[in-house]
Design a protein around this ligand. Structure first.
Ligand code: S3P
Length: 451
């Protein structure tokens, strides 16, 4: 199951139009939280549509190691949770593989427990900054017993006898940091308050409420959100249907826009407004994306997306839109490479600390494939070649980053020359069905022999 074994390159070629109806796997953010909150709540949680990617399965393993009972029956995952405040000390380090969300949220969830917990991850995760979560946890009384230089993993935490409730203003636009503090608040007496100046995905707030947490949100005239959670309350198991992941849908969606003659439908995609920035941006670029059968499912908006190949034009993407499309910039940059004119993306500082330095990785991948682009400290501008003429022919360094791999395979489907990614094994962290789904639509992607 480890993606860090042997690299396997893959190559995408320009080919026939993409056609068909597909379903992408369940939303990664909701799937992580479903395992966590189900594992923590009293009684039974039943989950359908869960993303069975490596990242999420590792969160499930971590919850099991702390006392939750988790099994899969047919299409359903069934969890018997421990009850809030009743997680057990794991016997071994918790291995989160590639997963920032799994590790950071779990640090919040268990950091305040009066026990020792060690967090380890792969080479990519071990480079990522964890101070953003450890800093508020320290304020709550959590000891960081061990950490690699610069507050990186491996990390060992030990909680206090009783954690202190804090008011914490999240210093960067990060749903993971917001969530870690709120989850720490679950095991803390009194009210923990998070101030969020820039709204990020709100799955933690919505789902915790669904599980019965006393959580309230107020938004002031400047958009500052104040989120208060009452600690040590009871959480009760829920039935959860996980909608399709818009961040995964982004790949077949952009592929269908770029490959001439394509016409596809992607069913049951999450349309939470904190996640739809890419669709809005592509529509501004001239994309034909119809939202069919908009409906509500399990407390979230979902829709089927009909996508037809389109002539795109460059736009300026405003920085304040970044949180609602933060994982989509690699594939947006690929779309921009086929648009008329220049697309300017700003406010991208958080891209530097994702599974890879995504700003550098995208710019390098575009340049390797003949695309004119400029990388700034926190910005990227890409000048497109509408017919893809002269583009492609390069090999992209993926740096253990699933979204870099998928984005550049999409590029290869529309570029004049094939595009190779140096590794595709880590795609299984978020989208194990990617190759089958894309080739099922008619895409020509070959997995090459192990490098
Ligand atoms: C996520 C939050 C985002 C996003 C990640 C999932 C979450 O990270 O990039 O893929 O589920 O909370 P940040 O909080 O670092 O922005």
């Amino acid at each position: 199951m480890s993606h860090s074994t042997q690299a396997r390159p893959a190559t995408a070629h320009k080919g026939a139009p993409l056609k068909g109806r597909v379903r992408v796997p369940g939303d990664k953010s909701i799937s992580h939280r479903a395992f966590m909150f189900g594992g923590l709540a009293s009684g039974e949680t039943r989950i359908t549509g869960l993303l069975e990617g490596e990242d999420v399965l590792r969160t499930g393993e971590a919850m099991k190691a702390m006392g939750a009972v988790i099994s899969r029956t047919g299409d359903e995952w069934v969890i018997q949770g421990t009850g809030n405040g009743c997680l057990l000390q794991p016997e071994a380090p918790l291995d989160f593989g590639n997963a920032g969300t799994g590790s950071r949220l779990t640090m919040g969830l268990v950091g305040t427990y009066d026990m020792e917990t060690t967090f380890v991850g792969d080479a990519s995760l071990s480079k990522r900054p964890m101070a953003r979560v450890l800093d508020p946890l320290r304020e709550m009384g959590v000891q960081v017993l061990r950490a690699a230089e610069g507050d990186r993993m491996p990390i060992t935490l030990r909680g206090p006898k009783h954690a202190a409730p804090i008011t914490y203003r999240v210093p960067m636009a990060s749903a993971q940091v917001k969530s870690a503090v709120l989850l720490a608040g679950l095991n803390t007496p009194g009210v923990t308050t998070v101030l969020e100046p820039v709204m990020t995905r709100d799955h933690t707030e919505k789902m915790l409420r669904g599980f019965g947490a006393e959580l309230e949100v107020e938004t002031d005239a400047n958009g500052l959100r104040t989120i208060r959670i009452q600690g040590q309350g009871r959480l009760t198991g829920q039935v959860i249907a996980v909608p399709g992941d818009p961040s995964s849908a982004a790949f077949p969606l952009v592929a269908a826009l770029l490959v001439p003659g394509s016409d596809i439908v992607i069913e049951n995609v999450l349309m939470n407004p904190t996640r739809t920035g890419l669709i809005l941006t592509l529509q501004e670029m001239g994309a034909s994306i119809d939202l069919l059968d908009r409906r509500s499912a399990g407390g979230e908006d979902v829709a089927d997306l009909r996508v037809r190949s389109s002539d795109l034009r460059g736009v300026v993407v405003p920085p304040e839109r970044a949180p609602s499309m933060i994982d989509e910039y690699p594939v947006l940059a690929v779309a921009a490479a086929f648009a008329e004119g220049t697309t300017v993306m700003e406010g991208l500082d958080e891209l530097r600390v994702k599974e890879s330095d995504r700003l550098a990785a995208v710019a390098a991948g575009l340049k390797a494939n003949g695309v004119e682009c400029r990388e700034g400290e926190a910005s990227l501008s890409v000048t497109g070649q509408p017919d893809g003429k002269g583009l492609g022919g390069g090999t992209v360094a993926t740096h253990l980053d699933h979204r870099i791999a998928m984005a550049f395979l999409v590029m290869g489907l529309a570029a004049e020359k094939a595009v190779t990614v140096d590794d595709q094994t880590m795609i299984s962290t978020s989208f194990p069905e990617f190759m089958d789904l894309m080739t099922g639509l008619g895409a020509e992607i070959q997995t090459d022999r192990a490098a």
